[in-house]
Design a protein around this ligand. Structure first.
Ligand code: NAP
Length: 422
């Protein structure tokens, strides 16, 4: 298993919110897998920088690409790059201590935030910004994020969906959580929960268990008796941002009001007039991730995935022998952690089907790869060394009452390995 960072676990470490420790427990399963005979971890190895995909294929008969979707989809609207128009990915990476985002800063000095999108990432961003900072202190959120959040003056967080309440992408547990934040009200206008005919039949469909639950939760938000709270999370529906405005930094977002068109489960948002302007101090765009190309492998720029057939990487219409793909870079950035399991089952089935065709010419495997990387002077981080980083992070967290205090820059991680007992 290779990772460009010295740390394994991808989004479990750098994406899952710090106040969701149970979800992170899946890493215990990964630890168990790492104890399997024949398993080797090559951390701090980046395909395209440290190693080419061809070198990797030279070492192994089968290579599975599982590099996820690390870029953001763009809105493609004027003002998108104004100061204080930010991506959810940046904020998530920053509070989770991902080395790529460690040095970002966020202006939390204004009171109004607009989050574009109503998926679980938007929910994470809204929740972290709305939660009293003292409740985050015992999580593994980074100290730099805690310091900035402690100074936050945010009071009102708009979570804006281009479609209606029946199409909210948040999963029910995550949506419900937004109504249980201390000193924060979840606000929905009851009139916004009236559904058109197609959405009514969507909700009546047995496949819509989650949407039905979501609607019930949104109704409970709408019916809650208003009490005075320090913060508010306000859900808005049927609005698409068409422009982000501001002189020097974000001051408002112009929203087109939409209606839904199309049959049940295929309704799209169609802009109608009039436009309205929502004043806000910072915007977080949370409209989904996008894969980025891996040097030496095909890539579909439109969908942001590696073209594949049941997990077999394709060149044109032909499979590339021994090269497979799984997860978000295979099917796009959708689904929760468990969704990737079913996806991997499909890829592994393809591998098993192809095994008899894979020529049994010997390849050097981990030992050969280690030699090649050593010749290049690469500083590989093995699993045992990751465990030293892990132990050092846990030790740093202990006096703070946190499960861990992450290292957020690679040289610090390497130094922690070097400082650990042999
Ligand atoms: P997502 O679930 O695909 O949600 C994206 C949101 O952005 C949707 O509301 C979408 O609306 C909206 N959107 C897309 N393009 C837009 C545009 N041009 N203008 C306005 N709105 C637009 O993506 P995500 O929130 O990034 O999450 C990615 C995946 O990670 C999801 O499967 C999610 O469940 C998972 N995840 C899970 C957890 C968890 O389990 N706790 C936490 C974080 C992430 P439409 O529906 O109209 O497209």
């Amino acid at each position: 298993m290779l990772d460009r960072l010295p740390t394994p676990f991808g989004l479990v470490r750098g994406g899952v919110a710090p106040d969701h420790p149970k979800i992170k427990q899946v890493s215990l399963t990964y630890d168990k897998i790492a104890r399997s005979p024949g398993f080797a971890f090559f951390g701090n190895v980046e395909i395209g920088r440290t190693l080419t995909i061809e070198q990797l294929r030279g070492a192994y008969h089968i290579v599975v690409l599982a590099c996820g979707a690390s870029a953001d989809r763009r809105l493609g609207i004027p003002g998108e790059d104004l100061p204080n128009s930010r991506t959810a990915t940046e904020l998530v990476g920053w509070y989770n201590g991902h080395p790529d985002y460690r040095d970002r800063t966020f202006d939390l000095s204004g009171e109004r935030v607009a989050i574009i999108g109503q998926g679980n990432v938007a929910g994470d961003v809204a929740r972290i910004l709305a939660t009293p900072v003292d409740e985050l202190r015992r999580t593994d959120i980074t100290e730099h994020a805690l310091a900035a959040l402690a100074q936050s003056r945010i009071r009102e967080i708009f979570v804006i969906g281009r479609r209606g309440p029946a199409q909210v992408k948040l999963t029910p547990v995550e949506l419900k959580e937004l109504g249980h934040i201390r000193d924060c009200a979840a606000v929905v206008d009851g009139k916004d929960l009236e559904l058109n005919a197609a959405s009514t039949s969507e909700i009546a469909d047995p496949r819509s268990d989650e949407a039905k639950k979501n609607l019930g939760i949104l109704r409970s938000f709408a019916e809650a008796i208003a009490t005075s709270r320090h913060r508010r999370i306000v859900f808005r529906f049927l609005e698409t941002p068409v422009k982000i405005n501001g002189a020097g930094k974000v001051q408002s977002v112009t929203l087109a009001q939409n209606r839904l068109e199309g049959p049940p489960f295929a309704q799209t948002a169609v802009a109608t007039s009039p436009l309205l302007e929502l004043p806000c101090d910072i915007v977080f765009r949370s409209v989904g991730y996008k894969g980025i190309p891996l040097p030496g492998v095909g890539f579909d720029d439109r969908t942001g995935v590696i073209p594949n057939r049941r997990g077999r990487c394709l060149v044109g219409d032909d499979p590339m022998p021994g090269l497979y793909v799984t997860g978000w870079i295979k099917r796009g950035p959708s689904g929760i952690i468990g969704t990737n399991r079913a996806d991997s089952v499909e890829t592994v089935a393809s591998i098993l089907e192809d095994l008899p065709k894979i020529r049994a010419m010997p390849k050097p495997g981990a030992a050969g790869l280690r030699d090649a990387l050593a010749t290049q002077g690469a500083r590989i981080v093995g699993y045992g060394e990751w465990q030293k980083i892990d132990a050092a992070e846990r030790a740093r967290g202990q006096p703070l009452g946190k499960p861990r205090e992450k290292f957020t820059v690679v040289p610090e991680m390497i130094a922690a390995i070097d400082a650990a007992a042999p």
